[in-house]
Design a protein around this ligand. Structure first.
Ligand SMILES: Nc1ncnc2c1ncn2[C@@H]1O[C@H](COP(=O)(O)OP(=O)(O)OP(=O)(O)O)[C@@H](O)[C@H]1O
Length: 597
């Protein structure tokens, strides 16, 4: 059986054991808890499920959200309002549950759409999620008798089941949702989430629909929070504005930080521990308790930025030392069919740029750039620092960048397309700096690059990464295929360049934009990359646009060269024509003379 199947099976086994352990704890609880504590714990278990969603959003994807309390409140109020004003019974309960989930999903989709557009900052997203509970609480306050205003609604008919039944419902709900989340974050899709957290921009340029993934995750988290809110309201038969408020949303964040963000079980256990203690002690010393929690929070943030979870894990590892299993991963498989280098079916050039311009405020960075990139050609772009070369790459690979003109990829105008959609049209882009995804392995990175084409398993790890032949060739030539489970931060600069090239090829582009792909490499490495690029253009019909400062290297590999100067095309021609041009010499060589002086 392949390694990944073993790992998937082991993981399922671990999830099952975790589930059973959790259920055993729930089953044991009645023997050690009194009625008062059981009441507190039921509320806490519902809240812990919401904290788990906060950890998925904040810990796994990096969305600092204050808004999960709003979704909890929506579920709770759906229950309270329908049971109070419309009716009570299995049909009404199902209707209230569904309405709560539906409204939460719609609000989450709208919030995500507002917060996660391409280029939005994480701070902006946090502010949007912060506004959500504030707005919802105001709506509840202004709802008069319908919502119960500041007093909320209480005493509505509900299921007065035995306390233990509610305890099982709350515990079972928490265990099931947390197990599903645990499997998710360890799956291939979980790797995609980590990649988004580490380097969102890179993900977009690999064709990953970052905004859509964030919105879907926000909706899923909102649905879980709303279900928890419904459960809590049906259990307690009380709903109040505080359930949807900003303060509860902030407490969720504090519990997540204290438990250890990104560890899933840490925040869940922290939520259970702190909320139970709060309810227990707040009667006896309400102010002192809040102060104590505040002080602990500040101390943990300063001294233990990753919360308590790493300490607990280290303690366990010391007490129960385990041999680390050898890292095993996906196989590399050659793609049987690949669209690499295949553009439009007719003779349409893969890249046509007409009258492109870009300005930053009053600074005109690109003006009236018109050029064509042909299949099987390698086009060098040269020019002094600040000439606008990288900006040109940005304008080709992101529709929202340019301020004028058109860019057509394989005959299709990119319009205002976000980078992941431009990748789907056939553009692959590498960057000037080599920062990849530090904590991900080489095989994870390759899987990411194939996400657009092959997708990613939601709850397991795929056994193989399918790659087009030239990507495999690069991995073999650089020895990366022997180190698939190595984290990318441990790679040398040259290997990172090789991996980046393989990742761009894995997206099966017809136009490749390479921004100084040989920067920082030795002469031998530069020549090796040059040969590979030449072969890619010739054998696979790729159109390669390459920014380079090294004229000798450009002469070696380019068919034609475009010289950019102060944002405009100064000259376009063969390498020899350009190199012998006096105009270019005066601009380009003059630049070097200046720099040398
Ligand atoms: N986000 C931005 N805001 C304002 N000005 C910018 C921005 N990005 C680039 N510029 C300006 O646009 C001009 C062109 O920058 P660009 O990075 O495209 O040049 P380049 O030719 O790639 O230079 P280098 O060879 O040094 O990388 C520079 O003057 C730069 O300061």
């Amino acid at each position: 059986m392949p390694d990944t199947s073993f790992r998937n099976l082991n993981r399922l086994r671990a999830a099952l054991i975790g589930c059973l352990l959790g259920l055993a704890l729930v089953a044991l609880a009645p023997f050690v808890l009194d009625t008062y504590l059981t009441n507190i714990l039921i509320r806490t278990l519902f809240l812990a499920a919401v904290v788990m969603t906060v950890d998925i959003l904040w810990g796994s994807v990096g969305i600092l959200t204050f808004g999960q309390s709003a979704f909890f409140g929506i579920g709770a109020y759906a229950c309270g309002l329908i049971f109070t004003h419309y009716g009570f019974g299995p049909g009404w309960a199902l209707a209230a549950f569904t309405i709560g989930l539906g409204i939460a999903a719609i609000v989450a989709a709208a919030t995500g759409w507002l917060a996660f557009f391409h280029g939005s900052s994480p701070l902006y997203a946090s502010i949007i999620t912060l506004a959500l509970p504030v707005v919802l609480t105001q709506l509840i306050f202004s709802g008069g008798n319908f919502t119960g205003s500041s007093s909320g609604l209480s005493g509505f008919p509900t299921y007065y089941w035995d306390l233990m039944i509610w305890f099982w419902i709350a515990g079972g709900f928490l265990i099931l949702t947390t197990t599903a989340a645990w499997l998710l974050v360890r799956s291939d899709f979980g790797r995609v989430l980590v990649a988004i957290r580490e380097n969102e921009e890179r993900c977009a340029y690999l064709g990953i629909p970052v905004s859509r993934i964030k919105i879907m995750l926000m909706i899923a988290s909102a649905v879980v929070a709303s279900a928890a809110g419904f459960g809590y309201a049906a259990f307690s038969n009380v709903v109040a504005p505080e359930l949807a408020g900003f303060q509860l949303g902030t407490e969720f964040l504090i519990w997540t930080a204290l438990g250890g963000r990104g560890t899933l079980l840490g925040p869940v256990l922290a939520a259970i521990g702190i909320d139970t203690m709060s309810a227990w002690l707040s009667g006896a010393m309400p102010f002192l308790w809040k102060l104590l929690i505040g002080v602990v929070f500040v101390v943990v943030i300063v001294l233990l930025p990753r919360g308590f979870a790493p300490i607990v894990t280290a303690l366990f590892q010391r007490l129960l030392p385990r041999q680390k299993a050898p890292a095993q991963g996906r196989r590399l498989v050659a793609a049987e069919q690949s669209r690499l280098g295949q553009g439009a079916d007719d003779d349409t050039p893969p890249l046509v740029i007409e009258h492109l311009s870009r300005r930053y405020g009053s600074l005109q960075v690109l003006r009236d750039v018109t050029m064509t990139g042909r299949a099987s050609h390698l086009l060098g772009i040269i020019g002094p620092n600040g000439a606008g070369k990288t900006t040109l790459m940005r304008c080709i690979s992101d529709g929202s960048e340019r301020t004028g003109g058109t860019v057509r990829i394989n005959g299709t105008e990119i319009g205002r397309c976000a980078p992941h959609k431009v990748v789907a049209l056939g553009v692959g882009r590498s960057f000037q700096n080599t920062s990849l995804f530090d904590t991900l392995t080489i095989s994870d990175c390759l899987m990411l690059a194939r996400y657009r084409i092959d997708g990613a398993s939601l709850f397991s790890n795929g056994e193989a990464v399918t790659l087009p032949q030239p990507a495999l060739d690069i991995l073999r030539a650089t020895g990366l295929d022997q180190r698939l489970q190595e984290e990318t931060r441990n790679l040398s600069h040259g290997m990172k360049r090789g991996l980046e090239l393989a990742m761009v090829l894995a997206t099966e582009p017809s136009v490749m934009l390479l921004d100084e792909p040989t920067a920082g490499l030795t002469k031998a490495e530069r020549m090796a990359i040059g040969k590979i690029l030449g072969r890619l253009a010739q054998d696979y019909g790729l159109c390669i646009i390459l920014i380079e400062h090294d004229l000798d290297f450009v002469r070696e590999i380019s068919d034609r060269v475009v010289v950019l100067h102060q944002g405009a095309i100064l000259m376009e021609g063969t390498v020899d024509e350009v190199v012998s041009s006096e105009l270019v010499q005066s601009v380009y060589a003059g630049h070097h003379v200046e720099a040398a002086e």
